[in-house]
Ligand binder design. Structure first.
Ligand code: GAR
Length: 232
């Protein structure tokens, strides 16, 4: 995205849904935590959200360090981005594990080893279990390509098109046991155009994901430093 995130977000706020997108809430954008918040990123796919988190850190829109990228499959393209930006990464292949719990425990161990404070599921296509969720209670967030609570689960963009809704979008939310059900942190609305294909709509939704995920990280980082200070 060419525009500066903040400028782009503000422009969209003022333009409303008149052919553009709308982000709400926006109050988090100027808050920076000190010292840097330690992030653990979980990814399974292309890693475009992962890359935008890196760019937001570089642009000082969030004061964070990415302690680790964890991927669950060796072909995940996010690995290439980690190499490009010199971010430590580890492959914890779920196929090498006998159970979901075993995989979750390996992920958890790595996150704890590195004293990760906030875990960001940036295109993580696996359901995680209660143990990991409880360990990072209120410190584990996910990005989902719909306006939750509509269109939970996989193929959210296809679901929205099938239902012929005229506005969809993306949501960053806290992770709870029930899939895509935790409390909502920030959302962006994206109108669906008559001529949209899944690909064109996905592209516009992802442009908004790249803006709202860093905003959500900034917001939750402040909450973590406020609420978890004494528990570390
Ligand atoms: C994103 O669009 C994200 O919303 C979606 O996966 C994509 C990952 O893209 N996540 C889910 O559907 C989770 N249910 P990326 O790898 O380019 O960041």
């Amino acid at each position: 995205m060419k525009q500066d995130n903040k400028e782009y977000a503000e422009r969209n706020l003022f333009n409303g849904l008149n052919g553009h997108s709308l982000i709400s809430p926006l109050e988090s954008q100027n808050n920076l935590v000190e010292p840097k918040i330690r992030l653990g990123i979980l990814a399974s796919g292309k890693g475009s959200n992962f890359e935008y988190i890196i760019k937001s850190i570089q642009k000082k829109q969030i004061n964070a360090v990415i302690s680790i990228l964890i991927v669950n499959n060796p072909n995940c393209l996010a690995i290439k981005k980690a190499i490009k930006y010199n971010i430590p990464y580890v492959i914890i292949n779920h196929r090498d594990c006998n159970s979901r719990l075993e995989h979750d425990k390996l992920v958890m161990k790595k996150l704890e080893e590195l004293s990760v404070e906030l875990v960001v599921m940036a295109g993580w296509m696996r359901i995680i279990g209660e143990e990991l969720i409880n360990k990072f209670n209120n410190r584990l967030i996910n990005i989902h390509p719909s306006l939750l609570p509509s269109f939970k689960g996989i193929d959210a963009i296809e679901q929205a098109m099938d239902k012929r809704v005229t506005i969809t979008g993306c949501t960053v939310h806290h992770v709870q046991k029930e899939v895509d059900s935790g409390s909502i942190i920030i959302q962006a609305a994206v109108p669906i155009k008559d001529k949209d294909s899944i690909e064109t709509l996905k592209k516009r939704i992802q442009e908004m994901e790249h803006i709202i995920l860093p905003l959500a990280i900034a917001k939750v980082a402040i909450e973590i430093r406020t609420n978890f200070k004494d528990k570390k």
